[in-house]
Design a protein around this ligand. Structure first.
Ligand code: 5AD
Ligand code: SF4
Length: 494
């Protein structure tokens, strides 16, 4: 079969899709060049906001129409809309309404079951037609079978097992490497702990093996991904399993390195990956850390480790302590400010970015003013702004009132966006005249321009002759910045 995977959402989803692609490849399926040529369509979904789920519903309408003409088209869903990853499996969870209501869908699987795709596809292909289901349902025979064909979940696998699938990376020089699954923080607005289950660390031995293989094949930039990467190895499940993340590896280290693992597992992991610098690893990134777990040792690691980039994406979410408390964020605005001060003291050129939610339940105009004030104080050079979107099943949706009107959410979003635009432009202007190292990601033959990111994660474009442009992709170039726009920089190769 020819497959097409559409991915929405975060780095974790993009990384997961690379594993789904590899699993399909192993089964003999190949990627379709165009979506319309695919006879297997897989949606890797995101539930962070309603907008993401609406995109899935919209797309399924079009796919449903296509399925009327192409009866053999198989449609599968995975990712956060499949709420099966909780460590508890109540009968109610098994009756996931979303799953039952998505009409043109042939099969639904938890991402942890990606390794079982062979079995899942066979079951999906054998799915009885709606007429057959109705007929059999009347005869009370295959109700179970019909349900199984719609909600395929194999409960037998270990949640971490799917990470063993060697991914089909979408790039040869940049890669996402997952280091943990799930989240234990339970921010009151967030669906992730319900969609992805409890936090569990991937064993360090496996992370390092994946990083090593990548670097051997020429990978220059690795991004470690997880929901709260800097709590790596510290979750309840990890503690219960006796630090399984390190078993079989930590024992091979010197006593002092073992001590570092016990005290600061994430910093110890970064230190190990950083050693790949000698083999050609140029950049090490991670996303996303949580402010609560940002230790001094981690800040120091940024100054010490060669490959760690000077980019700090640290979600703040709000500037009012009352709002932060209701969000269950575990820090105050002052704590966050202190953290950024420490970072900037040690790494003066650091690029600091964040995520902010406006219009959370109970956020007054005064509360919002505090977010604006914090923005003006900290001057993040980039931020991802979201309007609060109630997610069914979360604490905020169940117990708080979504009381900021839609128009007021929009007003707050625009007010912050104005400050953000200025702050981003100001940061970019400071880079004029400087020479940045750019990892070239693409070349556009129409404009004769190369594009890539600096170590600070800034988007940089520079002209390149047609004869050379394509060969620069995947290389690191020194680019002198000549012009600063709001969201990107222009420069010249040196
Ligand atoms: N509504 C709006 N934004 C949300 N985010 C997470 N949950 C919600 C929600 N219910 C945002 C947060 C998080 C980012 C990935 O998505 O800012 O950091
Ligand atoms: Fe969601 Fe909070 Fe976990 Fe981030 S830390 S994934 S916002 S629950």
């Amino acid at each position: 079969m020819k497959y097409y995977i559409q991915t929405l959402g975060c780095a974790m989803n993009y990384s997961d899709s690379e594993r789904v692609a590899a699993a399909l490849g192993k089964l003999g399926h190949s990627p379709a060049k165009k979506e319309s040529e695919a006879d297997l369509y897989i949606f890797n979904t995101c539930s962070i906001r309603q907008k993401g789920e609406d995109r899935v519903y919209g797309k399924l309408m079009t796919l449903g129409e296509r399925k009327q003409r192409e009866k053999d088209l198989l449609i599968g869903i995975t990712g956060c809309m499949v709420r099966k990853t909780s460590t508890k499996k109540s009968p109610r969870e098994k009756m996931d309404k979303l799953v039952r209501d998505l009409k043109p869908v042939d099969f639904v699987f938890r991402i942890e079951d990606a390794g079982e795709l062979g079995k899942i596809l066979k079951m999906a292909a054998k799915k009885p037609s709606v007429r057959a289901i109705n007929k059999a349902a009347k005869a009370k025979r295959i109700r179970g079978a019909a349900k199984a064909a719609r909600e395929i979940v194999t409960d037998s696998v270990d949640r971490l097992d799917y990470l063993d699938i060697a991914p089909k990376y979408s790039s040869g020089f940049q890669a996402f490497v997952p280091i943990q699954i799930g989240c234990d923080k339970f921010c009151t607005y967030c669906i992730v702990p319900y969609a992805r289950g409890r936090e569990q660390a991937r064993p360090i031995k496996e992370i390092l093996a994946e990083c090593r293989t990548l670097v051997e094949k020429g990978c220059k930039e690795i991004t470690l991904v997880g929901q709260t990467v800097n709590s790596y190895g510290r979750s309840d499940l990890d503690k219960k399993s006796g630090h399984a993340y390190g078993r079989g590896f930590v024992e091979t280290l010197t006593k002092s390195a073992q001590l570092q693992f016990a005290k600061e597992p994430f910093v110890a992991l970064l230190t190990e990956v950083d050693k790949l610098h000698a083999q050609g690893l140029n950049r090490l990134r991670f996303t996303s850390p949580h402010p609560y777990d940002y230790s001094d040792a981690l800040i120091k690691a940024h100054a010490k480790l060669k490959t760690l980039t000077p980019h700090f994406h640290i979600p703040v979410q709000a500037g009012s302590d009352e709002t932060l408390k209701r969000m269950n964020r575990r820090y105050s605005a002052a704590d966050y400010k202190k953290l950024i001060k420490k970072i900037r003291a040690l790494i003066p050129d650091a690029s600091v970015t964040t995520d902010i939610i406006v219009g959370f339940c109970g956020e007054t105009k005064k509360d919002f003013e505090k977010t604006l004030k914090l923005y003006k104080d900290i001057k993040w050079d980039m931020a991802y702004l979201a309007r609060y979107s109630p997610r069914p099943g979360t604490v905020s949706q169940k117990f708080f009132k979504d009381d900021v009107p839609r128009a007021e959410k929009a007003r707050r979003w625009h007010a912050l966006n104005t400050v953000l635009t200025k702050s981003s432009r100001d940061y970019n202007k400071k880079l004029i005249g400087k020479t940045l190292e750019v990892l070239v990601e693409k070349y556009d033959a129409r404009t004769n321009e190369c594009e890539g990111k600096s170590r600070e994660n800034k988007l940089v474009q520079f002209p390149a002759p047609a004869s050379k442009g394509l060969s620069l992709v995947g290389t690191i170039q020194k680019v002198k910045i000549t012009k600063a726009l709001e969201w990107n920089l222009k420069g010249e190769i040196r």
